[in-house]
Design a protein around this ligand. Structure first.
Ligand SMILES: [Zn+2]
Length: 388
């Protein structure tokens, strides 16, 4: 017998799966798959290579173009080191709020969509609703890639993708792109009294860090000169190094140094251009170092690449989200999301989801009942829109 859930009841079930990004989400996926199939919905499960995680795509309604994708992620951030007033994996209701890890980011949106499935089924949709649930969003948006590939190859073109990241049900039409890189410098150790014969990985890394900061300063200066710098804070591409590790002693040229690089690219700029620039810089420095010691090496590993979301000119997803949410204005987000990757693949994409980013990733994360209800209303209007 197919079970009916309210959005809150569904959220209670979803929160109970501790789908932290470093652990499996297969039990979560199995539950959702079973629920959807019990309502007669065809489900595609897309497992990862290791077989310990999976993405899920379900289509309700006719297999036709012009549908709408509701996109969420199953993974949540860890609770270690955070002080919670109650068990983070048990939904608890207090003062009009539902507490639990992932309630806001972003199982609330997933629960609202899933709870609506029987209504979607009964609505007589003339164009489909696709529910897409990814994994590994919190650690670099990896799990949405196979979903997008599947959509591109197998699913008649949807007209819009709504990504339900917490935005207080406001419509977000733009965010920066993100590069997360790891730079590793291998030098050559000699006594510091003859440091001209060695290569200090630490000092070479410092030159790269300085170069990155110089680029950012130039960006800031250009933005200050611009007559219309745009609404991003700050309104330019940032290049940041937040940690550096290397060397063994003050009197030895450092043999090794590593540091992560975080580049946040304005959505109207080519993010691959920034990567190319950095690779040029590391290659020319490596060539210089090798004139001293051929062992010197600089490598750059891509940890994550999340495309920016650029405001579309009369974008289908943005317009639809305005209509369904009743919020006629759009804003920019300070966070990255899967929406940029959908847009890069050719889809019209916008963000609109329940809950506030202020609560995401926090201890005692919560979503208000009002927000969950607003999301359910959004989906009821979507159902009407696609039945008309
Ligand atoms: Zn999220």
């Amino acid at each position: 017998m197919a079970q009916i859930y309210s959005a809150t009841e569904m959220l209670e079930r979803l929160v109970a799966f501790p789908t932290v990004s470093n652990s499996s989400n297969l039990e979560f996926v199995a539950f959702v798959k079973h629920y959807l199939e019990s309502h007669g919905v065809a489900v595609t499960v897309l497992p990862n290579l290791a077989g310990d995680k999976a993405a899920l795509l379900a289509t309700i309604g006719p297999k036709k173009p012009g549908g709408v994708v509701l996109s969420g992620h199953s993974d949540v951030v860890p609770v270690e080191g955070q002080t919670w007033s109650a068990d983070p994996w048990t939904l608890s209701a207090r003062d009009g709020r539902l507490y639990g890890r992932g309630t806001c980011d972003m199982k609330g949106f997933c629960a609202a969509a899933l709870a609506m499935v029987p209504q979607f089924q009964a609505a007589g949709l003339t164009r489909p609703i696709h529910i897409a649930i990814s994994y590994d969003e919190e650690i670099g948006c990896f799990g949405v890639q196979p979903l997008i590939e599947h959509l591109v190859n197998k699913v008649p073109l949807p007209k819009a993708v709504i990504v339900g990241e917490p935005s207080d049900m406001n419509v977000v039409n733009a965010h920066k792109g993100t590069w997360a890189l790891m730079t590793r410098v291998t030098g050559y150790e000699v006594h510091s009294s003859i440091c001209h014969t060695g290569v200090s990985a630490v000092m070479s890394a410092a030159r790269l860090v300085t170069w990155l900061e110089d680029q950012m300063m130039q960006n800031a200066a250009k933005a200050q000169m611009s007559p219309a710098p745009g609404a991003f804070t700050p309104p330019y591409t940032t290049l940041h190094v937040g940690r550096i590790k290397g060397g063994t002693s003050g009197n030895i040229t450092a043999g090794y140094c590593s540091f992560p690089v975080d580049i946040r690219v304005m959505p109207n700029e080519d993010m691959d251009h920034w990567m190319a620039l950095y690779l040029d810089r590391t290659a020319s420095l490596q060539a210089e170092l090798r004139q001293i010691r051929p062992e010197a090496t600089i490598s750059v590993e891509v940890k994550a690449r999340v495309a920016g979301l650029a405001a579309e000119d009369g974008g289908g997803a943005e317009t639809l989200a305005h209509d369904l949410s009743g919020n006629g204005t759009s804003r920019q987000a300070g966070f990255g999301s899967e929406a940029g990757l959908f847009q890069e693949a050719g889809y019209s994409a916008a963000i609109c989801g329940p809950g506030s980013m202020d609560q995401a990733h926090q201890p005692d994360e919560f979503i208000s009942l009002g927000q969950l209800q607003a999301c359910t209303s959004f989906m009821q209007r979507l159902s009407q829109h696609l039945s008309a």
